[in-house]
Design a protein. Structure first.
Lengths: 385, 82
């Protein structure tokens, strides 16, 4: 077999799928490889919340750009993607959190993202099952939810229609500095560039990449249509995140079109295994019951965990490696990979073809970590002597 | 086991022996459709031991409870086919 590709993408999650769709649309010859099924890793574990976030200007730029790209797809997304523009409701439990609501309102409005501030009664009207004493909230109108594995499959189907090849159940051993990959079976596939889109597993293929696994727990409930109407997230986590040690929980609930609800969230570093940890799950559920007092009477169907790909600056890594120009990265999206996948695919393809991008690609370039990566790489090399 | 109690299934009073499992009481009263699948198909008990989730009904206003794991109690209000 002597196939040659322009781009070989490792990872058929939502990010790899979005990169494949964009590269194929630009008439590049694309191969996608994954050791598991399509969208079977972090993509399958997460909620699928399309959300504009403003922890930093670069995060705002990427999430709002990508949400716009999702909205452009609404007319063509198949029904099983379950796109639902339910909006996000950020909850303020007290006046201190209302200050954050007003800060967010100004920041979003100034940048053209539609929001509404709700007072205490407004929140009670919008979500009658919430505890009645909320100070208020911020509704982000065009935020949405979808079902991520089907979204990944849709993007790969689009890529395949444009000539891309997708092979699942294929384990990649290494990304080659001269382009292409070697597989676990020893064979080599040559390509102009390879793209590491393996999320939390990306450091296994790119030594020294500052991406860490951040574990999360999720619960899915039975069908209770109209129990909640928005993806509801507490603002409280913003002030508690730094004071709660390495494990933190925050209230986050998502209505699905079929009436089921996804319930999160937890964040843990240094928890590589995938087992459900009951004490942390209890903390997470107690937090949720604090906001939704009648939640405890509902039935949960299943609990599971997944790993996010976290970076030190909470921004993904998109573009060529600083040291190996034929090895590219599309990883490190932490909890925003579903939202930012489409922008990632677009930016990566813009960089590859040296097209002008709609948003500045610099904040996400791998080169920003070059010093750390080189240093870690030296250490790894030293250890192997 | 001779004591009888009365529950209501889909609005109809039904007399059952004390200690009877609710799924059995519903079946004995002639109801076949315990709940509906997301595609709207009728579903009924399969495993009888709390695992398959197919015998779910609404009990006293609480939805999606497994009728095979609940004993009948006096005055219980049960709705099937939700």
């Amino acid at each position: 077999m002597s196939e040659t590709f322009d781009v070989v993408i490792v990872g058929a999650g939502i990010v790899g799928a979005a990169c494949a769709a964009e590269c194929a649309r630009a008439s590049l010859k694309v191969l996608v490889l994954d050791r598991g099924p399509v969208g079977g890793g972090t993509t399958a574990a997460g909620m699928g919340h399309l959300v504009v976030m403003d922890d930093s200007d670069a995060q705002f730029a990427l999430t709002s750009y990508s949400r716009r790209l999702w909205r452009e797809l609404i007319p063509v997304l198949p029904p099983d993607v379950e796109y639902d523009e339910c909006g996000t409701l950020w909850l303020a439990a007290d006046e201190e959190e209302m200050l954050e609501v007003r800060r967010k309102e100004q920041n979003y409005t100034r940048r053209g993202v539609g929001v509404e501030v709700l007072d205490s009664d407004g929140v009670a009207d919008a979500e009658p099952n919430l505890r009645a004493d909320m100070a208020g909230g911020l509704r982000v109108l065009e935020d949405a939810v979808l079902y991520p594995p089907c979204a990944a499959r849709y993007l790969l189907d689009k890529a395949k229609q444009l000539g891309a090849i997708v092979r699942t159940g294929v384990s990649v051993h290494a990304l080659l500095p001269e382009g292409g990959v070697t597989l676990q079976d020893g064979s080599t596939i040559s390509a102009g560039i390879s793209v590491n889109a393996t999320g939390p597993w990306s450091p296994e293929l790119t030594t020294g990449l500052p991406v860490r696994k951040r574990k999360g727990h999720l619960v899915i409930t039975d069908r209770y249509p109209d129990y909640v109407h928005h993806q509801i997230v507490e603002l409280g986590y913003l002030k508690s995140a730094h004071s709660m040690g390495k494990d933190s929980v925050a209230f986050n609930i998502q209505p699905r079109k079929n009436g089921q609800m996804l319930l999160g969230s937890s964040r843990q570093f240094d928890a590589e295994d995938t087992r459900v940890e009951q004490p942390l799950l209890n903390r997470m559920l107690n937090r949720a019951c604090d906001y939704l007092p009648s939640l405890g009477a509902l039935s949960a169907l299943r609990t599971w965990t997944g790993h996010r790909a976290a970076t030190p600056d909470k921004l993904p890594v998109i573009g060529p490696s600083a040291t190996q120009p034929r090895i590219w990265l599309a990883t490190g999206h932490e909890g925003l990979g579903i939202t930012t996948s489409l922008a990632t695919g677009r930016l990566l393809t813009d960089l590859l073809l040296q097209r002008k991008s709609e948003i500045a690609p610099e904040p996400y370039l791998p080169a920003r970590f070059a010093a750390t990566t080189a240093k870690n790489h030296e250490c790894a090399t030293d250890n192997s002597h | 086991m001779n004591a009888q109690l009365t529950i209501r299934i889909n609005g109809r009073p039904v007399s059952v022996p004390a200690g009877m499992v609710l799924a059995a009481a519903i079946a004995r009263a002639g109801f076949r459709n315990f709940h509906r699948s997301p595609q709207g198909h009728p579903r009924g008990p399969l495993c009888g031991m709390g695992v398959c989730m197919e015998c779910r009904v609404t009990i006293d206003g609480q939805k999606h409870l497994r009728s095979c794991t609940v004993l009948c109690s006096q005055g219980m209000e049960v709705w099937t086919d939700a």
